[in-house]
Design a protein around this ligand. Structure first.
Ligand code: PLP
Length: 429
């Protein structure tokens, strides 16, 4: 229905498109459905008892403070805890370098708000986190894309892309969403060096870094950047904005994330956040601090790792057993996702329709590509189903793929390269 409002949308809303896939995925709410589509943590691992105790303790002892407005920067004890925690990974910062946000999704939006002019070019991976594209499409960003392989961003394509003048580079170095891959150590070094040489700052989005199930921890880009600047161990932040969240380690319903940035950038982000929501929930911040303190968060992360490792391994085993041989998938060392590539010209959205008919679902890959490519790819989540359901779901999907492959004259033709693309918006992540 046309109203006075529907004629008055801002130009930027033209990038906010709905997606046919989203409609399809609504069908996955059925209890019979085994869905590998969402990016959801396992609700069984949420520390509900600890939250209950923390709520009682906070409301009992600090109820008036917890229910009051508070500072935009965030609850100081929580920021101090995050500063201590990031120091363990070599990122030495003061609480003044940390802004608590309403999920790291809000950090992405605030970054868009303070840095992106219409038409600015952003260098993103191909594929990349769909929520970042959603946030930045609204600021009318354009994208330069660089393909990933099993070792992450292909840094040999970086120089040409940097010559196209991106405003910043956005990377997911650990257990990429959606691809599951981790950026190799030498590529991290190369990325930071080239970014520095071309004077382009970096955003390091790291929600999954702690969820490593095997292999050694790799240095964050924020640390390598500071080594390069000769400021190693100094309490400051360099050319890298580092983002993380409690969504995957405590609970996403808290809506608590954070940005680590130079103090001047934090001040700008604070101004932007005041216009958005004044501050992140005082109650949620105080409760999260109460739950996390005295080593609980570390113990809990160790527990989550064991649960998710078992699920990941169940998915690997089922894929080896049930998936056709000419289908490729990544083998992540952590995180929540793996990434499947079908022979060209197979179309994952068409296959999703067939899969839903068999009560199994995934997210087709195209939404994660700023250039609209990737039709022959899809993402599988392994954190949100039991090993038995994973096995059964992959068995069903294997049958669907066998059928689709038999019906298709598939010819492989890999995509790569860096091209400038207008944003598109896909409203699910
Ligand atoms: C790469 C990445 N960044 C940011 C987010 C947003 O997380 P949240 O807003 O829950 O902190 C997600 C969520 O899945 C993600 O995968």
């Amino acid at each position: 229905m046309t109203t006075l409002w529907t004629q008055r949308y801002a130009q930027r809303t033209q990038r906010m498109q709905s997606s046919a896939v989203r409609e399809l995925l609504k069908l996955t709410e059925h209890p019979e459905m085994i869905s590998f589509a969402g990016g959801l943590p396992a609700p069984e691992v949420f520390p509900v008892d600890q939250f209950q105790e923390a709520c009682q303790s906070i409301l009992g002892q600090h109820g008036r403070q917890a229910l009051q407005y508070s500072t935009t920067e965030g609850y100081r004890p929580l920021r101090e805890m995050i500063a201590r925690h990031t120091a363990r990974y070599g990122i030495h910062v003061e609480p003044e370098n940390i802004l608590i946000t309403s999920g790291s999704q809000q950090a992405l939006d605030l970054i868009g708000k303070i840095f992106i002019n219409p038409g600015d070019r952003l260098l993103v991976e191909k594929p990349t986190y769909v929520g970042a594209l959603q946030a930045w499409n609204a600021y009318q960003a354009e994208y330069i894309t660089i393909a990933l392989d099993d070792e992450g961003l292909q840094t040999d394509e970086l120089e040409a892309a940097l010559r196209a003048g991106p405003k910043f580079i956005y990377v997911l170095p650990n257990f990429h969403n959606p691809a599951g891959v981790t950026l190799a150590r030498e590529r991290r070094q190369r990325l930071v060096e080239l970014a520095d040489r071309y004077g382009v700052p970096l955003i390091e989005d790291d929600p999954y870094g702690q969820l490593r199930y095997e292999g050694e921890h790799l240095p964050p880009l924020a640390v390598l950047d500071r080594q390069l600047q000769g400021r190693e161990g100094m309490p400051c932040s360099g050319n890298v904005l580092y983002l993380s969240t409690f969504s995957k380690t405590l609970a996403p319903g808290l809506r608590l994330g954070w940005v680590v940035a130079p103090a001047e950038v934090i001040q700008r982000l604070v101004q932007a956040k005041q216009g958005a929501d004044l501050h992140t929930s005082t109650l949620a911040q105080m409760i999260a601090f109460e739950v996390a303190r005295e080593g609980f968060l570390d113990r809990h992360v160790r527990f989550i790792r064991t649960v998710y490792r078992e699920r990941r391994d169940a998915m690997f085993a089922a894929l080896r057993r049930y998936f056709p041989t000419d289908v490729h998938w990544t083998t992540p060392q952590g995180g929540l996702f793996l990434w499947v590539t079908l022979p060209e010209p197979m179309d994952a959205t068409e296959i999703l329709q067939a899969a839903i008919a068999e009560n199994v679902a995934f997210v087709p890959g195209a939404a994660f590509f700023a250039d609209g490519s990737g039709r022959n790819t899809f993402r599988l989540n392994f954190s949100n189903a039991s090993p038995a359901r994973i096995k059964e779901g992959i068995r069903r999907l294997g049958t669907v793929l066998e059928r689709a492959l038999a019906a298709s004259a598939a010819v492989a033709e890999p995509h790569s390269g860096h091209v400038l693309h207008r944003g598109k918006c896909f409203p699910y992540g």
